[in-house]
Design a protein around this ligand. Structure first.
Ligand code: GLV
Ligand code: MG
Length: 296
C-alpha cells in the first residue's frame, strides 16, 4: 500500500471554498480537518462539507482528520464524515496501543454499515504528546485485523504545548522526538512517517525548506502543510533531484558491470560503492519512478 505523501495539505472542514481550492493543488494528499481548525459550533456543517466534496472529487486522495477518540464528537464524525471516497482517517491525540485497536473496531462497524471491504479506511495516527512519543513503538507495532496503520504523522504544535517548550527555527527541540518516531516506524515495518507542519512563519519559505530537509534527513517521507504556498517547496525537498537520479543511475550501472565481472566493491569518482550504496540508489530510483507515474 504505497501512498505518495510528500505533502499532505490540511484544510478546515468548515470552509467549502478553501476545501475546493485545496483539492485543486498539487498536494499529494488533502486532509480535511474536523478537529482543531474547526470551531466547536461548526463541527456539524464541516462533516456535511466532507461528504459533499469527497463525492465531487472522487479521484482525489483525501483523508479526514476526525476528532480524538476521547472527545464527544468521535461518533458523529465516524457516522457522518467517514464515507466511501475517503482514503483514510487521521486520528489525532493517539496515546497508546489500545487507541489503535479501538479505532479499528469503530472503523469495522462503518465498513460493515457501508458494505465496504474490511480495511478500506487507512489510519494515520497523529503523534503529538510526550506520552505518545514515549510509547511510539508500542503504538506503531499494534496488531489489528485488518492492519490499518500505514504510517504516522508528527504534530509539533500539540507536542511542544504538552512539553511546555518553544518551537524554534533551528528545530533542535524536535530532534529526539522526530528520531524516535522515524526509527519506530522503520522497526515496525511501516512506511516512513510524515513530519509536522511548519508554522513559525508561513511566508518564510527558506525556513520551511530547512525544516523539511531536517525531517528528511531523519527519515521522514513528507510533511504536513498548512498553506498552499508550502506545497511546491516541500514536494521538491521530498523528491529526488535530477542530479541525484543521474548519480544513482550511474552508480547502479557501474556496479552491475563490476559485479558481472566478479567485484562487489568499486570506486566511482572517489566514492566507495558497495551493496548498501547500490541498494540506496535503487530505492531512490524507485521513488523517482513512483513520482513520475503520478505525474504521468
Ligand atoms: C498538529 O495537529 C499539531 O499539533 O502540530
Ligand atoms: Mg494537534
Amino acid at each position: 500500500m504505497a501512498i505518495l505523501m510528500r505533502t499532505a495539505l490540511f484544510v478546515p472542514g468548515n470552509r467549502p471554498d478553501r476545501i475546493e481550492k485545496a483539492l485543486n493543488t498539487k498536494a499529494d494528499m488533502v486532509i480535511i480537518d474536523l478537529e482543531d481548525a474547526v470551531p466547536l459550533s461548526e463541527k456539524a456543517i464541516a462533516r456535511l462539507n466532507v461528504r459533499e466534496k469527497v463525492s465531487q472529487f472522487a479521484d482525489r486522495a483525501i483523508m479526514v482528520r476526525i476528532n480524538p477518540l476521547r472527545s464527544s464528537y468521535i461518533q458523529s464524525d465516524l457516522e457522518e464524515a467517514v464515507v466511501k471516497g475517503v482514503k483514510g482517517i487521521m486520528l489525532p491525540k493517539v496515546e497508546q496501543a489500545e487507541d489503535i485497536r479501538e479505532i479499528n473496531r469503530l472503523l469495522l462497524e462503518i465498513e460493515k454499515r457501508d458494505s465496504l471491504p474490511e480495511g478500506f479506511f487507512l489510519v494515520l495516527p497523529l503523534i503529538e504528546s510526550g506520552s505518545a512519543v514515549q510509547r511510539i513503538y508500542e503504538i506503531v507495532s499494534t496488531e489489528t485485523k485488518p492492519q490499518r496503520v500505514y504510517t504516522v504523522a508528527f504534530g509539533a504544535a500539540d507536542f511542544t504545548l504538552d512539553m511546555g517548550i518553544e518551537m524554534t527555527l533551528e528545530g533542535s527541540e524536535l530532534l529526539y522526538a522526530r528520531s524516535r518516531i522515524s526509527i519506530a516506524c522503520r522497526a515496525a515495518g511501516l512506511a516512513p512517517p510524515i513530519d509536522t507542519p511548519f508554522m513559525l512563519d508561513l511566508s518564510d519559505i527558506d525556513a520551511l525548506v530547512s525544516d523539511a530537509k531536517r525531517a528528511k534527513r531523519l527519515g521522514f517521507q513528507g510533511k504536513l502543510v498548512i498553506h498552499p504556498r508550502q506545497i511546491d517547496p516541500c514536494n521538491e525537498v521530498f523528491s529526488p533531484s535530477l542530479e541525484e537520479i543521474e548519480k544513482a543511475e550511474k552508480i547502479v550501472r557501474a556496479f552491475e558491470q563490476a559485479e558481472a565481472s566478479g567485484t562487489a566493491a568499486i570506486q566511482l569518482e572517489g566514492k566507495f560503492i558497495d551493496y548498501p550504496v547500490v541498494e540506496r540508489s535503487r530505492d531512490l530510483l524507485a521513488l523517482a519512478n513512483e513520482i513520475n507515474r503520478k505525474r504521468g
